[in-house]
Design a protein around this ligand. Sequence first.
Ligand SMILES: C[S@@+](CC[C@H](N)C(=O)[O-])C[C@H]1O[C@@H](n2cnc3c(N)ncnc32)[C@H](O)[C@@H]1O
Length: 218
Amino acid sequence: MMGHAQAVDDCNLGLGWLYYALTRIARPERVVCIGSWRGFVPIVLATALRENGNGGRLTFIDPSLVDDFWADPERTRQWFRSFELDNIEHHRLTTQQFVEGAMHLSLGPVGILFIDGYHTAEQARFDHEAFTPLLRDGSSVLFHDSIRPDTSLVYGEEKSYRHTVSLYIDELKRRPELQVMDFAVDSGVTLVRRVPNPADRVPRAAGQGLPSSLRRSK
Ligand SMILES: C[S@@+](CC[C@H](N)C(=O)[O-])C[C@H]1O[C@@H](n2cnc3c(N)ncnc32)[C@H](O)[C@@H]1O
């Protein structure tokens, strides 16, 4: 329902496959997810963390501003437990409140940051920059609702607002130190990673990594 191209009929996670695969590939110890309607993204990410088997944990930040779905800590725990997940720490706070006092800096390196909170360019920038000190080479940042401006009624008609995350993404695309890839499916998601430092690349012997049939004979 919330723009990740999921389908119940054929048990298709849609963009969730991407979130799951990135988490299984990177095996992060810490993932942060900002904002979620009913938990699709934190559930997919935390399931992948559990299946990695290395104790990875997910920090979920959501002040429950749409309705009271995330308001009661015990109900939230039960909801995640019903998906056999006990590796999610929910904070009923805005990102602004969460990072006040810089306690978040003690979370340790963040392997995946998923940004799906308030969808203005200003808030997307705030969410991104608040966690940038915790990102490392190889960390992935995903922005949801990121490929086009749109009008959201999620907080009610009287509080309708413009999604402008795509304007922040346009800005990131102009930064040479970043790799930025849009997945223009449903509401869309954009993957942002730091360009790997060429000095960190292991030099390859000529032809290494190619099938033997393609290697040039001497
Ligand atoms: C429902 S989700 C997905 C957004 C949706 N696609 C839309 O149209 O806006 C947005 C979530 O972000 C949370 N949220 C809003 N402002 C936030 C903030 N400043 N920090 C963290 N989460 C926030 C809300 O509580 C909500 O659950």
